[in-house]
Design a protein around this ligand. Structure first.
Ligand code: GLN
Length: 207
């Protein structure tokens, strides 16, 4: 069951956080605004207060994990991602994963998958290509930038996006994560799905 639709009853735009220690805030923020949400920069523990949902963006997972410890965000974030809807993209997916390789600090570990970082081949660090997105039964253009591969999917985890049959998107309860960057295209269907179907938010009509 999605969480209560608190945003609708309060009447204001749903406040959705984007972790902003390092990595891309502005493109996720633009997508959130287009869908009628208020994006909130999260770089300190108090910024998590009152958020309906949170996005962990792409960037460099090792740097983000170090900054989680130096900003004091780790403990409140660990709590948030176990209680509230969260979307991780690329490095954000690595942060959520139970297991990942070559990291200086533990991940948040809330998503029962194993990721292998930078695992799409030495030469090809970046590419885009079709991704099958099961919830909408649609094809999306996936932009992969030094992306992780999903090497193991736990029993409680649903594969919701594939590229050539390989998992590139997963969901476990109200945690969703993708190896690619949905914010880098103009297609808002993945953000809309997360906000509406996973986070249970009522979005403005027609967006
Ligand atoms: N290679 C990065 C990491 O391991 C992820 C890249 C990205 O988020 N685009 O954290």
């Amino acid at each position: 069951m999605p969480p209560a639709r608190r945003a609708a009853t309060r009447g204001g735009a749903p406040r959705v956080g984007v972790l902003s220690l390092q990595g891309d805030f502005s493109l996720h923020a633009a997508a959130l605004r287009e869908l009628g949400c208020e994006p909130v920069r999260v770089s300190l523990p108090e910024h998590l207060d009152g958020l309906e949902a949170l996005i962990l963006p792409g960037g460099e997972s090792s740097t983000m994990l170090r900054l989680l410890d130096s900003t004091g965000l780790r403990t409140p974030l660990e709590r948030f991602v176990r209680e509230r809807p969260v979307l991780g993209t690329c490095a954000g997916m690595i942060l959520l994963a139970r297991e990942a390789d070559r990291l200086p600090r533990p991940t948040l570990g809330v998503l029962d998958i194993t990721t292998e970082r930078n695992a799409w081949g030495r030469q090809v660090h970046s590419f885009s290509g079709p991704v099958r997105f099961e919830p909408g039964r649609i094809e999306l253009d996936g932009v992969f930038i030094r992306a992780p591969r999903i090497r193991r999917v736990g029993e409680q985890v649903e594969v919701i996006a594939t590229r050539a049959g390989e998992p590139v998107g997963v969901r476990q309860g109200c945690v969703a994560a993708f190896a690619f960057h949905p914010e880098l295209t103009a297609d808002r269907r993945l953000h809309r799905w997360f906000l509406h179907d996973v986070a249970g938010l009522v979005l403005a009509e027609g967006r």
